[in-house]
Design a protein around this ligand. Structure first.
Ligand code: DX5
Ligand code: ZN
Length: 217
């Protein structure tokens, strides 16, 4: 299972996004948190910033939409240059149709679950997806503590992916750091989002490498 490290620019300096994207050379993807002040109590950035960021970096963009009405907006983020688009199942009116639309537009389709959302009702949707995101904090803010109680959900999801013989990536987001990444990897995650653990470090690129080494062991 190849390990991927996706720094979250939520913890970066928003006035210097192009430089901050370059500060994480070696990262697999750049994780872009889109928040609308409705689905979560925080507001970040939207389509125009994603368009500019896509032009400013060669690192592919992994857009995590924490917004209402993703059915309407997610395709716009593919057009803006995102190579992977994640919508929250709690907000989507028609998740299968939406995943198909994201794929048809040429991006990887991904679905996120908040901590209180179980995976079991969505087992049949897994073949429609390229990645599943299990939130390991309540979405909305960087720098929160990792929720250990999510580890069994990560484990069960990995088992379901295996049972169906799927190539689905399993992403974790929230509180992922040197102190928690090994537990996530052990439970079956293979794509790791890290905001404060990367951009809070003195050398963000070195922090990416250190996390990768830890996740691989
Ligand atoms: C939180 C966001 C995360 C956030 C993670 O709602 O989805 O991507 O940036 O930040 P850390 O790694 O600091 O918990
Ligand atoms: Zn995120």
């Amino acid at each position: 299972m190849a390990v991927q490290i996706n720094p979250s620019i939520l913890s970066a300096d928003f006035a210097r996004l192009a430089e901050e994207a370059k500060a994480v050379q070696g990262a697999d993807w750049l994780h872009v948190d889109v928040m609308d002040n409705h689905f979560v109590p925080n507001l970040t950035l939207g389509v125009p910033v994603v368009e500019s960021l896509a032009r400013a970096t060669d690192t592919p963009l992994d857009c995590h939409l924490m917004i209402e009405d993703p059915d309407r907006w997610a395709p716009r983020y593919v057009e803006a240059g995102a190579s992977s688009v994640t919508f929250h199942v709690e907000a989507a009116a028609a998740p299968v149709r939406l995943a198909r639309e994201i794929r048809a537009k040429g991006a990887r389709a991904s679905m996120a679950l908040k901590p209180a959302t179980p995976i079991e009702p969505y087992e049949d949707l897994l073949p429609e997806l390229d990645m599943l995101l299990i939130m390991t904090v309540e979405p909305g803010f960087g720098g929160q503590s990792f929720l250990d109680i999510m580890l069994p959900k990560i484990r069960r999801t990995r088992e379901l992916i295996g049972k169906h013989g799927l190539e689905l990536w399993l992403q974790v987001d929230g509180g992922v750091s040197a102190a928690t990444i090994e537990r996530c990897a052990d439970a079956g995650a293979d794509v790791f989002v890290a905001g404060s653990a990367v951009y809070g470090a003195e050398d963000p690129a070195a922090a990416v490498q250190a996390l990768r080494t830890q996740a691989e062991t």
